[in-house]
Design a protein around this ligand. Sequence first.
Ligand code: UDP
Length: 377
Amino acid sequence: MLSSNKKPHIVFLFSDTGGGHRSAAQAIIEALEIYYPDQVTTEMVDFFVEYAPPPFDMAPATYAQMGQLPELWKFGYKLSDGKRRSKFIQEVLWPYIRKSTSNLVEEHPCDLFISVHPIVNTPILHALEENPIPYMIVITDMVTTHAFWYNTRATLTLTSTEEARDRGLEFGLNQDQIKVVGQPIADQYRRPSASKSDLQKQLGWPQDLPVVLMIGGGEGMGPIEEMARVVDAAGLDLMMVVIAGRNQSLKQNLEGAKLQSQHEILGFVDHMPDLMNAADIIITKAGPGTISEAFVAGLPIILYSRMPGQEDGNIDYVVNKGAGVWAPRSEDVVETLKTWLDDPAERQKVAKIAKSLARPNASKDIAGEIIKIVNNP
Ligand code: UDP
């Protein structure tokens, strides 16, 4: 503990490579505030932006561009995944990042580090060897989890699926060091701010047309523009709500696209729970955050793209369980929409399966684990 009269302080290590890591950290902090008010203090550190030496400080911007170069991403992912390869890469990089890692640890004294990002774990745990501080890893990928997520020196690792837990055991973690809790998501998914029809009214959406959300993660990744245009041209009875995230050019292009269907084009939104709780169908990149949120909101899912490597397993997970479909071509998206619009019972069946996969208490459970650790350091 820092001192006996101070509340335990927790530092969250994240970075904006996509939107999922930030969302997860915020959801856990929110759960601490709701379920354990005034018991801890928290802070979030974007380690890439604030500490990484060049060119690693460019990682958030580079990640957004990687959506255009999926094969290159896949190559890098595969090259670094695996027990020995990941260890080798981290050892080679250590002299280069040692100073910035030590600076981070020194400048953020705390009682617990919580990482929601794979890259940072081994370096920080290395830096903490001399002066150990509890370290929790909350894995924000679902199924195909990169080797960088796992480190036997971490106090506790939390996963969103059994598959991710099993992989941790393969990496040498013992049974007490790793638990399945679910993906941390905002409390409002499980406790909507209003009924579906009230939310639709507040959002100015029609009540007599199915509303389809289109999302490409925090960065608006994947061929959303082409897909929105093809769906629009199909002339289906629906409203399209496209969330471009931080992708400004996608937003501008779609605003100028003269779409015929009823539609709304949004940039980065901070009321995603309301949008999901008011919508009928979601079309998304296979991002773990968005998928987990859609499960809790009970939305049938169309996956139209994925970041190779870490999101591959998410597709199998959703499709094999029956919570949605994989539709990488815009024509496949249109076909699925037609099926679900013509057959609401089928759509409801898929929605029900999605809901059954939800772990709405994940953030609350993670907050509980945190409190246990800081109270028994
Ligand atoms: N998100 C958001 N506002 C936006 C777009 C996305 O809050 O305008 C959130 C979304 O709800 C989810 C996260 O960003 O929590 C995206 O995470 P995901 O794992 O799906 O994909 P990533 O962006 O990390 O690749």
